[in-house]
Ligand binder design. Structure first.
Ligand SMILES: [Zn+2]
Length: 257
């Protein structure tokens, strides 16, 4: 998308908003080559149902297999790089905070690419592939850029198996992360919904809450979604193209303060 075709009112709001929230989903990761949850089930894993791998029960039944799947996904993420969309979101954060505004990036992605791109104000609704913790005492484990050993690793403090720090089916979202996201979308002047259909809980609830609170919502997605008709703006295309254009049109080539 050319910067010229971006809505002026959106650019003006982004330039002036006191609080900007962003919600990202798998579309942003896909532009970096990260397979979606379902697409990660290829090769040896194709015969598994994700619902049979991504649950606490699965980990209880076969911790070695579940650990292997998540460890392979973790290592695959380390081979991918943040894209221009990730980078543009760090610039938006810098510009908004540089003028004393508030910013929060809420992501459904578990790949850690936003942090690697430099995002600082971020909550991970579904946890992270890179934050593993003990299933017994919840002690966190430091990971290297090589496969874990053994599958599953054991907690040094208590000996229980260490598990990936993602939110599994049937588990509660991290309470603090969701509360921070809810609070922010209620106060935000602008919510950018990027690379997500916005329809799956809990993202759907956040978008609804933003709209009910009078926040202007802008969708940036490759395809229309059922939310398209109720967003104030819908920009169809790749986040890695549209977000950098939006940054340039809003702030020119100046770096964040
Ligand atoms: Zn432990």
């Amino acid at each position: 998308m050319q910067a010229d075709s971006l809505p002026e009112a959106l650019v003006e709001l982004l330039a002036a908003a006191r609080a900007v929230a962003v919600l990202t989903g798998s579309g942003v990761s896909a532009e970096s080559g990260i397979p979606t949850f379902r697409d990660a089930l290829t090769g040896h894993w194709a015969r598994f149902d994700p619902y049979e791998l991504a649950t606490p029960q699965a980990f209880g039944r076969d911790p070695a297999r579940v650990t292997e799947w998540y460890d392979q996904r973790r290592l695959a993420c380390l081979q991918c790089r943040p894209n221009a969309g990730h980078a543009a979101l760090t610039e938006i954060e810098g510009h908004v905070e540089g003028r004393g505004g508030r910013f929060l990036l809420v992501t459904q992605n578990v790949d850690g690419l936003h942090q690697r791109a430099g995002s600082r104000r971020i909550v991970e609704l579904h946890g992270s592939l890179h934050d593993w913790r003990c299933s017994g005492c919840a002690a966190s484990m430091t990971l290297a850029d090589e496969p874990l050993s053994p599958y599953p690793p054991r907690c040094r403090a208590c000996g229980q198996p260490v598990r990936p720090g993602v939110v599994w089916f049937g588990e509660m979202l991290p309470r603090d992360a969701f509360a921070a996201a809810e609070s922010m979308v209620q106060q935000a002047d602008l919510l950018l919904v990027v690379g997500t259909s916005g329809l799956v809980h809990p993202a759907a609830g956040l978008v609804d809450l933003a709209m009910d609170s009078g926040c202007a919502c802008c969708q940036i997605n490759l395809e229309p979604t059922p939310y398209t008709s109720c967003m104030r703006w819908c920009l169809q295309g790749a986040a890695g193209t549209i977000l950098p254009s939006l940054v340039r049109k809003t702030w020119g080539d100046s770096s964040p303060a």
